[in-house]
Design a protein around this ligand. Sequence first.
Ligand code: IPE
Ligand code: IPE
Ligand code: MG
Length: 248
Amino acid sequence: MGNKNTASESKVPAHIAIIMDGNGRWARSRGLPRLAGHRAGTENLRRIIRACVEFGVKYLTIYAFSTENWGRPRDEIEGLMNILEDVIDRELTELHKEGVQLRHIGRLERLAPNIQEKVLEAIELTKNNQRLVLNVAFNYGGRDEIICAISKMLKDGVRPEEVNEELVSRYLFTAGVPDPDLIIRTSGELRISNFLIWQAAYSEWYVTPTCWPDFSKEEFRKALEAFTQRDRRFGGLSATVEDNPSHD
Ligand code: IPE
Ligand code: IPE
Ligand code: MG
């Protein structure tokens, strides 16, 4: 084992983003309606949030509803909206007690006014918590986020020569949040599905065939373990190569 691995063994990703996929297939394989899968997925989310607090993860971003998910049947969309409302009602007090700061990324406008209000109240209540920042991507799309950012920049009269990576990052929904170190996708699909397309430029990926409701704390730990073995080069050379000129 080289230096790099020993040094990174205790390394927990600061920011983990999760594409919580496979709820529908989980339900179908049990002869249950898709919404039962979404409910089970929510139960699992609670476990993974607790695990993040325990492992010392600072930021967790979860993909809960994409801008493309509006294309699903009305019943399923309504069910997902109800789940969001229920989760806030049932979990907020506990999350607040545990020091979780809730944030939202995406556009709230299209959601029912009472849900918008609940989300805003939850954000306000938890805004000073420091243990874990939980970014909920709901009605979120990476392209929509970029469109939103361009539109705001134009409104603010940003000059062409001022546009750089740092400025664009500040105009995104994730302003102030470091880019994800690790992105986990459950249920085996090998695609980004319009999630954090700007921020994922150098994220490490962990894809598992396990459907989201079955993605356990143990498997989450395995994903973190895999992360410690990654050699993140960001287009440069790995530390071991740089330290050892005879390598090339
Ligand atoms: C992910 O599970 C949750 C949402 C997209 C809201 P899916 O509902 O996409 O489950 P599959 O992919 O159909 O199994
Ligand atoms: C991505 O999953 C969106 C969420 C997990 C909320 P989808 O199930 O919508 O993605 P595709 O359609 O398989 O790409
Ligand atoms: Mg899916």
